[in-house]
Design a protein around this ligand. Structure first.
Ligand code: ZN
Length: 134
């Protein structure tokens, strides 16, 4: 079951340069900056009500974020939904015919297990499932 929008991921060229804009816009300060080496990204999280904004910066040229910025420039990169049981959701969505980028959960930023759906099966929206690690 998808329970709520957990966060929106926004690709930026530089967290250092963009963070202040989002902190001022949202009236809320970043509570965590974290690098996910396996994905080649640095992330910064800002809480806004029950949801979060995740800024994403590439840490190397092969990073999916570097490729995204090359193709589309900075902007909204993905929408992440909070799920109670990520394994069950991966199975449900696979059975419904969606294409998963990750067919088993992997370690994400901010204490989450995550899996991405391929945008070709989700109306061109990159969708992330995330489950809080207990
Ligand atoms: Zn995310």
């Amino acid at each position: 079951m998808l329970r709520k929008i957990e966060h929106l991921g926004i690709a930026v060229k530089s967290i250092e340069e963009s963070l202040k804009t989002f902190e001022t816009l949202l009236g809320s300060n970043c509570y965590k900056i974290e690098e996910v080496a396996s994905e080649g990204v640095k992330t910064a999280f800002i809480q806004i009500g029950e949801s979060k904004i995740e800024l994403l910066e590439a840490t190397n040229a092969d990073s999916p974020i570097a490729k995204y910025l090359d193709k589309k420039g900075p902007g909204i990169h993905h929408i992440a939904f909070d799920v109670e049981n990520i394994d069950a959701e991966i199975e449900r969505l696979t059975n419904e015919g969606f294409t998963l980028i990750h067919t088993s959960p992997k370690e994400g930023a901010d204490n989450k297990l995550i899996a991405f759906l391929h945008p070709k099966s989700t109306e061109s929206i990159l969708v992330e499932l995330c489950q809080e690690k207990s």
